[in-house]
Design a protein around this ligand. Structure first.
Ligand SMILES: [Zn+2]
Ligand SMILES: [Zn+2]
Length: 353
């Protein structure tokens, strides 16, 4: 039996899970069994066409596009990402908050605009990713390298372990959600209309953009950039960055993604506390677009039961298993610099007996 056939999970999925990573030796599980990749050439050809077309889209954006298209490109990109990070990821895969029907419909629309497969399949793969991180059962196993974790996993057949563990993961909550099942059932009709036809037609009819620019910029380039940013969470955010919360796992807090402020950059935090609706610790630096979007709908009462982790719990965990890169939490933090301690003024001191 290859090492990764082990049934032991490596990661935390919900609040009810314990600190799995702390109590188990993950060394064996992280070794891939070296099975040969079976390439899916249709996907490879389509991704090559998409990326070449998107480079042309960048050129059009700077040379031919109307000002309205230029101004609306970034907002269109952000709402596309929200459909995955806020909808498929935080609402459905991790159940970090609840949403009423109108908000679920908004998330389903945005999720279809992002075309990363139906929420049902995305959430299944993502739950397996968290539960069996860095093993062959992980759909985007970063132990196979950056390229595999980024896009390679979509260019080949799934490892048998991914299929096997995917069948075992509990999806009963998604199956009980009629809106999720509606999107799954009609995905092949909904996706082409929402992801490609609408973003091409609306700029043409609303502000007179050309068909060529609408197609290459608002349909293809928007989709391509959103894909690559989200794929970076699986690739770069499992490789290049700090581990303030748990140094024993591969996911990292990824500076490049954090700088975009769209969410999911604090990936070390997210793999330790995946049930936190913010996917990050509290504070001004963790205020990303997805969190603000959920906060806004919570203010309206459309999003509710938002789950968070207490600062105290975060600090204790960072002290216990972090790599020391966590910001100083206060007086007495082991990472507090001696010169800072020396320069601190303490008034009203009580004389020790
Ligand atoms: Zn991850
Ligand atoms: Zn996640």
């Amino acid at each position: 039996m290859p090492p990764n056939s082990n049934d032991t999970s490596t990661g935390v999925l919900f609040e009810s899970d314990v600190d799995v990573g702390l109590t188990k030796d993950l060394t064996n599980l992280r070794t891939t069994d070296g099975s040969k990749l079976e390439l899916v050439w249709l996907n490879i050809v389509l991704f090559v066409i998409l990326h070449v077309s998107s480079v042309y889209g960048v050129w059009l954006l700077f040379t031919e596009a109307t000002w309205t298209t230029v101004l609306l490109f970034a907002p269109a990109l952000v709402i596309t990402i929200l459909g995955v990070s806020g909808g498929a990821h935080r609402l459905w895969a991790h159940r970090t908050f609840k949403a009423n029907t109108p908000l679920k419909l908004i998330f389903l629309f945005l999720n279809t605009l992002a075309f990363q497969d139906a929420v049902y399949y995305w959430a299944r793969d993502h739950r397996v990713h968290h539960k069996y991180t860095e093993t062959d059962a992980d759909p985007y196993n970063s132990q196979r390298g950056w390229f595999f974790a980024h896009i390679g996993w979509l260019c080949c057949r799934k490892h048998p372990e991914v299929v096997e563990k995917g069948k075992q993961i509990d999806l009963s909550d998604l199956e009980a959600d009629p809106l999720v099942m509606f999107q799954k059932k009609y995905y092949l009709w909904l996706m082409p209309v929402i992801c490609f036809v609408l973003p091409t037609a609306l700029p043409m009819y609303l502000w007179g953009e050309s068909l060529n620019t609408s197609w290459h910029v608002m349909a293809l380039l928007r989709w391509c950039v959103s894909l690559n940013l989200i794929w970076m969470v699986n690739s770069s955010a499992h490789m290049f960055g700090m581990k303030p919360y748990d140094k024993n796992i591969c996911p990292v807090d990824q500076g490049f993604l954090i700088s975009f402020h769209v969410g999911e950059g604090y990936h070390n935090y997210h793999h330790v506390f995946p049930w936190d609706y913010k996917s990050a610790e509290l504070g001004p630096c963790s205020q990303d677009a997805t969190t603000k979007f959920i906060d806004f709908f919570a203010y309206l009462g459309w999003a509710y039961d938002l789950k968070s982790v207490s600062l105290d719990m975060v600090r204790q965990r960072a002290l216990r298993t972090g790599d020391g890169s966590h910001p100083v939490w206060g007086w007495g933090d082991k990472d507090q610099k001696s010169e800072d301690i020396g320069d601190t003024t303490i008034t009203h001191q009580r004389k020790e007996a």
